[in-house]
Design a protein. Structure first.
Length: 288
């Protein structure tokens, strides 16, 4: 019988500021009310730190005794197996939604007490259709009875419909924004899409911001992420990440220790205008 327990290796180096910021985010989520229990984490474009924060927040909730489930709903291009150095092939959401596996065959317990995981599974050519099936919504309803919190990591929403589909089954959404990398127009489109899905926007996390200790902008670059977006949209032509888990790639794929700030209100235009990118970003946003 397959072992459904995982010993998680840390995906981030020890970083006091990051840890404290995640605890602040955890507290802010708790203050959203007891009715807010299924929460999606999303972003506009790839590489804004969404998956790292999804995992860190789920782990932080489990550490205070909350029974927590993290669902990786990024069936197109999951990165969690890379981030947390999981070498073995894992069953996942795509196999469950397509009828290949039962729920108990994709639900993993972890070495963090109270934290369970459902991975994305092998790449599927029709992720939006799988998520739109009644089975996904019915499963989320069923899992509500077993967990205090369900955190769902979704694909970026600037050019994909998957996040909007997932949003219909969530109590709220947290928008992850990389400081200085995404235009205000693109973020507004994501906010409008979430509103059309009738999903409450809990707030936004300004990620990869300058901590005042040397600055992150110069180290990682401001506007270098847009080149990756085209490859993400064409993910169906790429090999599944589950078949490329060579140990040599784990070091290169380790996440960076950016600092997420606390939740801010998503409808404060002045806050978002600070993210305006006068070069590549408006052109990208207008082309969507």
């Amino acid at each position: 019988m397959e072992d459904m327990h995982l010993e998680l290796k840390p995906g981030k180096t020890s970083d006091y500021e990051y840890t404290e910021a995640v605890k602040t985010l955890r507290t802010n989520i708790q203050f959203c009310g007891s009715s807010v229990r299924v929460i999606m984490f999303t972003s506009a474009i790839p590489s804004e730190g969404k998956s790292d924060l999804s995992f860190a927040t789920a782990e932080a909730l489990a550490q205070i005794g909350k029974r927590t489930l993290l669902i990786d709903a990024d069936i197109r291009k999951s990165i969690l197996t890379y981030r947390y150095q999981l070498k073995n092939k894992l069953n996942g959401l795509s196999q469950f939604l397509s009828g290949q596996k039962r729920l108990e065959e994709v639900l993993y317990t972890t070495s963090t007490r109270g934290l369970d995981l459902i991975f994305a599974g092998p790449f599927s050519p029709n992720p939006a259709e799988l998520l739109e099936e009644e089975l996904f919504g019915d499963t989320v309803k069923k899992l509500r009875e077993a967990y205090d919190y369900i955190i769902i990591d979704t694909p970026p929403m600037a050019g994909l419909i998957d996040g909007a589909i997932v949003a219909r089954h969530c109590d709220g959404a947290v928008l992850i924004i990389e400081s200085g990398a995404v235009s205000w127009r693109v973020e507004q489109k994501v906010v409008e899409q979430l509103k059309r899905s009738q999903c409450r926007i809990l707030g936004a996390v300004l990620n990869k911001a300058d901590s005042g200790n040397g600055g992150y902008y110069g180290r990682y670059g401001k506007y270098g992420k847009y080149g990756k977006y085209g490859r993400y949209e064409n993910a169906e032509h790429e090999e599944s990440s589950y078949s490329r888990l060579e140990p040599a790639k784990h070091t290169a794929a380790r996440p960076r220790t950016e600092i997420p700030n606390s939740v801010i209100e998503p409808d404060m235009d002045e806050e978002y205008k600070e993210l305006e990118c006068p070069s590549a970003a408006p052109e990208h946003g207008e082309s969507q």
